[in-house]
Design a protein around this ligand. Structure first.
Ligand SMILES: Nc1ncnc2c1ncn2[C@@H]1O[C@H](COP(=O)(O)O)[C@@H](O)[C@H]1OP(=O)(O)O
Ligand SMILES: [Mg+2]
Ligand SMILES: [Mg+2]
Ligand SMILES: [Mg+2]
Length: 355
């Protein structure tokens, strides 16, 4: 008997795996083609290309599902050389396994079809029906720096995360490796790196080596039991503009955490705590107006919860993925093992003055 969401899980993981190949090619082979978006955040040919490949795989398998994806093709329609650079990558990226590539429906017809596919990620989201959410490259700044980044995909059903997959090409493949954002000085090959995290609601969380063909064997992951806060390690964003690092230092001190925070870009933070490499992930608001995006959290939220963690915002509320493209009703993120979450939450609220 096949389990619930088994097909969605398989397609999601293969789609993430294929898109990850494209991002690695961008990093190793080409200039990054970086352009600035309206909000001044960077986007590269890797972001656009990865989004095209993932949406194409989803539309082939689940043509009626909605898609909320980060990027859109307007810039590319006005910039044919950029479009052609992306098309060349998309056209020549496939899984190194005929059956797996076949499951994703193979390639895209032409450059114009690619632009239309990228724009199919424009759903408004919401709390009704099946909605996939895609962050083709999460942590673009980490990607550009040669640090951590992630290819993220999740399925929401009636606003609830049911399936999540996160590809982390630069994390150690070994779940027992120490928590670090460092990929090794002058690392030029992918030796020992690349992990694919996944989860299905009610079925636990898994990690497996990130491959370039068929899926590798997975193993079940869980958060580390944390009994003594002085041994805890917590992770946060590299970018001070994405999470308040001086408040997190005060919180850590009050909790009795003695280790320095580990700063890493992207949802690699969720994956790292889910496999017990780290313990706590704090994301503390830096502005009253910024709304977190659903594609930045959906897969990580499920993977951590399925690994035995609890994920809330700074008010203690579950993340609500059913209110549109953003987490408009939430503020910040606190992810921690269930047993200590309330302790962490109360210190966060004390330091931040949250009532
Ligand atoms: N002011 C902000 N507060 C929190 N997150 C932000 C802010 N500005 C951008 N981001 C998002 O944070 C995510 C990366 O998080 P991290 O720093 O933990 O890796 C990116 O998806 C980025 O969005 P964007 O893709 O638009 O740059
Ligand atoms: Mg992101
Ligand atoms: Mg992104
Ligand atoms: Mg971005």
């Amino acid at each position: 008997m096949t389990s619930l969401y088994s097909r969605e899980l398989e397609i999601a993981q293969l789609a993430v795996q294929r898109a990850s190949i494209l991002t690695k090619r961008v990093f190793h082979e080409t200039s990054k083609g970086t352009v600035s978006k309206d909000d001044a955040s960077p986007v590269t040919i890797g972001d656009f290309g990865a989004q095209a490949l993932i949406i194409s795989a989803l539309k082939h398998n689940f043509p009626h599902d909605e898609i909320v994806a980060e990027e859109e093709a307007t810039e590319l329609r006005a910039n044919p050389p950029l479009r052609d650079q992306i098309w060349e990558l998309v056209r020549t990226t496939s899984l190194d396994d005929v059956a797996a590539e076949g499951l994703l429906g193979g390639g895209i017809k032409d450059a114009d079809a690619m632009l239309d596919i990228i724009d199919q990620g424009n759903s408004k989201g919401g709390k009704v029906g099946r909605v996939w959410t895609i962050d083709p490259i999460d942590g673009t700044k980490g990607f550009l720096r040669g640090g951590q980044y992630a290819v993220c995909l999740a399925l929401l059903e009636d606003g609830d995360v049911k399936v999540g997959a996160i590809g982390c090409p630069n994390l150690p493949v070994d779940d027992a490796a120490p928590l670090t954002a460092d990929i090794g000085a002058n690392a030029t090959d992918d030796e020992g790196r690349g992990v694919l995290f996944s989860a299905v609601i009610g079925q636990g969380a898994t990690s497996r080596p990130l491959k370039v063909g068929a899926l590798a064997e997975g193993r079940s992951i869980s958060m580390k039991p944390l009994t003594d806060m002085s041994n805890a390690s917590f992770c946060e964003s590299v970018e001070a503009g994405h999470s308040n690092q001086s408040e997190s230092a005060q919180i850590a001190q009050k909790l009795g955490i003695t280790k320095q925070s580990v700063r890493m870009d992207s949802q690699a933070k969720y994956g790292s705590i889910a496999r017990g490499a780290g313990d706590i992930y704090l994301r503390l608001p830096t502005s009253k107006t910024y709304q977190e995006k659903i594609w930045d959290h959906a897969a990580g939220d499920l993977i951590v919860r399925e690994a035995g963690g609890q994920v809330t915002d700074i008010k203690g509320n579950r993340l609500n993925f059913g209110v549109g493209r953003t987490l408009a009703t939430n503020s910040g993120v606190i992810a921690a093992p269930k047993a200590v979450h309330s302790q962490v939450l109360s210190v966060v609220q004390e330091v931040l003055g949250v009532k």
